[in-house]
Design a protein around this ligand. Structure first.
Ligand code: 6PG
Length: 230
């Protein structure tokens, strides 16, 4: 039975996640960054905390199919906020510029090169939550939610803006992680939080309700506003 989500209401969720990032980096962990806007502050706070980043390896859970310097690029956001200012062991960028399918295949090759043929077990996997309860680029009702073999897939038509094709981790890869941490803030996410983590029956209409690490932990770090319907 997979872990039930641990709900951690904080008056400063980004600071709580920044501390997790710094701790994982100090332990030389495999860290998966998420995109969107919420995590930017957490990355900036992690950078300000200062850490030994030298043994940390960074991955991305999803990316928009745009160039790496594009304003909609998840890499560009994380690079400006953190990665350009530190010297980690490795940064594995999802090459959105290759397009959804070639980009997904390329990233799967990068994961296989690092982890071999088994199911990669990433250490700290950060996710955000969309108001439709999507995470990574796994949107409600999308066929990508049914993928059970591949680690990474292309998503041609995302369910939310920015309406550009995506590259995304699949559920098997998300659920193989040692520690999954959702970072959520704002009242506009409260309904999605309740649908994803409020004990309702999991299903493809709320993709984040399907993220339940089989052998790992699941923590939802959020502010009071996002927790309002729990
Ligand atoms: C992306 C993200 C996505 C994000 C949620 C929440 O590529 O957009 O990976 O899954 O985490 O949409 O985004 P906000 O933090 O901007 O609300």
């Amino acid at each position: 039975m997979s872990a039930e989500p641990r709900i951690e209401v904080s008056d400063d969720p980004s600071a709580a996640v920044a501390e997790r990032l710094v701790q994982a980096a100090a332990e030389g962990r495999q860290i998966v960054l998420t995109g969107g806007s919420t995590p930017k502050t957490a990355y900036e706070k992690a950078r300000a905390l200062g850490a030994d980043w030298s043994r940390a390896t960074f991955w991305f859970g999803d990316e928009r199919c745009v160039p790496p310097d594009h304003e909609q690029s998840n890499f560009a956001m994380a690079d400006r906020a953190l990665l350009a200012h530190i010297e980690p062991a490795a940064i594995h960028r999802m090459k959105g510029e290759l397009g959804p399918h070639q980009g997904a295949a390329d990233y799967e090759r990068q994961l296989r090169a690092e982890f071999g043929q088994g199911m990669p077990q990433l250490d700290l996997l950060l996710l955000g939550l969309g108001p439709d309860a999507h995470c990574a680029s796994l949107f409600p009702g999308d066929a990508a939610l049914g993928e059970r073999e591949r680690l990474v897939v292309g998503v041609e038509v995302p369910g939310m803006a920015p309406l550009v094709p995506r590259i995304s981790f699949t559920l098997p890869l998300l659920n193989a992680a040692r520690e999954v941490v959702f970072l959520v803030s704002g009242e506009e996410k409260a309904e999605a939080v309740a649908r994803a983590f409020g004990g309702l029956r999991p299903g493809p209409d709320a993709p984040s309700s399907l993220v339940r690490p089989a052998a790992g932990s699941l923590t939802v770090v959020l502010d009071e506003a996002a927790a309002a319907h729990l």
